[in-house]
Design a protein around this ligand. Structure first.
Ligand code: NAG
Ligand code: NAG
Ligand code: NAG
Ligand code: NAG
Ligand code: NAG
Ligand code: NAG
Ligand code: NAG
Ligand code: NAG
Ligand code: NAG
Length: 488
């Protein structure tokens, strides 16, 4: 097979629209679910009315624990629509209480309270969760009458096949009404599911820079923008290739990643680019296209090519049902300030430094500090810096507590709102009493934490210049110190 003209290129894309579970530090399990998605799904609703009472039954599935509770409520015939009727748990005793209102046979409102415990992240200290929902939203119902043996029996069921999601507010271990996320771009576009059976993309703004040595393409770079035409999701892709080998393009979303609870499902686009071959790659959810490029010899060794917008279709390879409502659930990542502070509170310290002058009893201390979450060390911690510190040389009196004064603030949400420290030069133990605040689960209700860290400062390297001795830890290398006894 003769090599095709180099001014044609083949692009093969792996494009999984949905679902792709985004990178997580913590698997979705009891604790993270309880903090991020405390809620119930109401299913199997049925109300049967006879002359003097209505018998209601429904199932409440706790989405954090995936446990179902069957509830029954009896509504006397003379009850008003605004009276809350107590329901009882059927079967094994579960710490669920519920009450119900049946408003004129058009909707049911359900109040729920439930208490449960999780110990998946804290084996030694199980966490008790208490959640409440107050009857919003209501469940639309439809009713039908069946006259049998002279008695009119009216049966009402949910007006839709979907379960109703009732969101909860937590009252323990923290008070919060966790927010939801918007869901991935385009997921609610009209016809999204149907159109996705024949996925299509548009490549725009494509560019190739080829190393063209005497007519042989030895390598280069490729850039392009690709848009999922169904969801209108746009990604920028780029990669380098060597010789005629296929290059992997890495793609990033064009939309900015906002702060706050992260989406559980992300759209991922990856591509490969081959400057010569026409080989087709069997990949998951792929489409491939030959993109016409106009190339211009720029200099003896550089050829520059641009492509016009180009649309192509692919084929759907994977389609999986997702749990109801899960597209708008925030990702249960451990990066959460609140969850980390409750289950494994710790601070990262870095760039510890003491400066002393022989013969003087006071010196200075500097160190970086940031709350440790599931995320990486930022590299830009907030820096505490303070002079007039005692206890740094052996002749001194013991260490005293000093309020932290911040020389610079790194990531504000990871910085103590207030702290005090002491350092014992004999043992190398740094103690910090810190207050901090998290509002990642519920922006309206920040949680204030307080706790103490005692941490062994790693070995110090000392240099003496101009009569001053400066001792430091390895620059930029953080270590963590667990908070003992956290309170909130
Ligand atoms: C309900 O009505 C039936 C007759 O339809 C009657 O026998 C029964 O006593 C009533 N029960 C109550 C609790 O009023
Ligand atoms: C929830 O439990 C049911 C059975 O009780 C199981 O089939 C289902 O896979 C579970 N869902 C999750 C998300 O674990
Ligand atoms: C409904 O009737 C019962 C007796 O059948 C009575 O005890 C109760 O107070 C009544 N409730 C209302 C709201 O009228
Ligand atoms: C749920 O708990 C709240 C607060 O403790 C209480 O006011 C409410 O009546 C309870 N609801 C049910 C259905 O038990
Ligand atoms: C789904 O797409 C098919 C053609 O691909 C069309 O015939 C059908 O009407 C569409 N259904 C909906 C609900 O849009
Ligand atoms: C590479 O350069 C040669 C001239 O040296 C030119 O004829 C050829 O078209 C270039 N290749 C491409 C793909 O533009
Ligand atoms: C797609 O997104 C672009 C901006 O990213 C916007 O201008 C355009 O209107 C969107 N198209 C559709 C069909 O939503
Ligand atoms: C790819 O490049 C190698 C040497 O760099 C060459 O031997 C081979 O024939 C090339 N393949 C194609 C399909 O051009
Ligand atoms: C800090 O806590 C983690 C778990 O939260 C534990 O694995 C680790 O051993 C602790 N480190 C120290 C020094 O106690």
């Amino acid at each position: 097979m003769a090599p095709p003209p180099a001014s044609w290129a083949i692009l093969t894309f792996l494009l999984i629209s949905l679902p792709l579970i985004s990178g997580q530090q913590l698997a979705a399990a009891c604790t993270t679910n309880s903090f991020t998605i405390p809620s119930w799904l109401i299913e199997n609703f049925q109300a049967v009315s006879a002359t003097n009472a209505t018998a209601v039954s429904f199932v409440a599935n706790n989405r954090a624990t995936n446990t179902s509770t069957e509830l029954r409520c009896r509504i006397p015939g003379n009850a008003t629509a605004t009276t809350w009727q107590t329901c009882t748990v059927r079967g094994a005793a579960r710490p669920v209480s519920a009450s119900l209102q049946l408003a004129d046979k058009v909707a049911a409102r359900i109040q729920l309270n439930e208490t449960w415990t999780c110990n998946d992240l804290t084996p030694a200290r199980p966490l008790t969760f208490t959640a409440t929902a107050v009857g919003e939203p209501s469940l639309p119902i439809i009713c039908a009458t069946d006259a049998r043996s002279g008695t009119e029996i009216e049966t009402c069921i949910s007006a839709t096949d979907d379960p109703l999601m009732v969101k909860a507010s937590l009252s323990s271990p923290i008070q919060a009404t966790p927010g939801s996320v918007g869901g991935p771009l385009g997921h609610d576009t009209r016809g999204c599911s149907n159109s996705s059976r024949l996925p299509s993309w548009e490549v725009s703004a494509s560019q190739l820079n080829l190393r063209n040595i005497s007519g042989v393409i030895e390598g280069g770079t490729a850039f392009l923008q690709i848009r999922n035409k169904i969801m209108n999701y746009t990604a920028n892709c780029g990669g380098q290739f060597d010789g005629n080998r296929t290059a992997t393009l890495s793609c990033t979303a064009q939309t900015s990643v906002t702060k706050g609870p992260r989406e559980r499902y992300a759209i991922a686009t990856t591509g490969t680019f081959n400057p010569i071959t026409f080989a087709r790659y069997a990949m998951f959810g792929t489409g491939s296209a030959q993109i016409p490029f106009q190339c211009e010899v720029f200099s003896p060794a550089v050829t520059f090519c641009t492509g016009d917008p180009y649309s192509f279709s692919g084929r759907l390879v994977n389609l999986e049902p997702l749990p109801p409502y899960s597209l708008r659930d925030p990702s249960p990542v451990g990066e959460s300030c609140t969850i980390s502070s409750i289950v494994a509170p710790a601070f990262r310290f870095s760039d510890f430094e003491t400066v002393t002058t022989p013969g003087q009893s006071l010196g200075s201390i500097r160190f970086g500090i940031e709350l440790q979450t599931g995320g990486q060390f930022t590299g830009f911690p907030s820096t505490v810096s303070r002079g007039g510190i005692s206890g740094l040389s052996p002749t001194d009196i013991g260490p005293a507590w000093y309020p932290c004064t911040f020389e610079s603030i790194g990531e504000q949400s990871l910085t103590p709102t207030n702290c005090a420290f002491r350092y014992d030069a004999d043992t190398g133990v740094l103690g910090v009493n810190a207050d901090w605040r998290c509002n990642d689960l519920d922006a309206a209700k920040p949680v204030s934490f307080t706790g103490e860290v005692r941490t062994q400062v790693p070995s110090l390297m000392c240099t003496t210049t101009g009569g001053r001795t400066r001792c430091t830890t390895v620059p930029g290398q953080p270590w963590s110190g667990n908070v003992t006894e956290v309170f909130w």
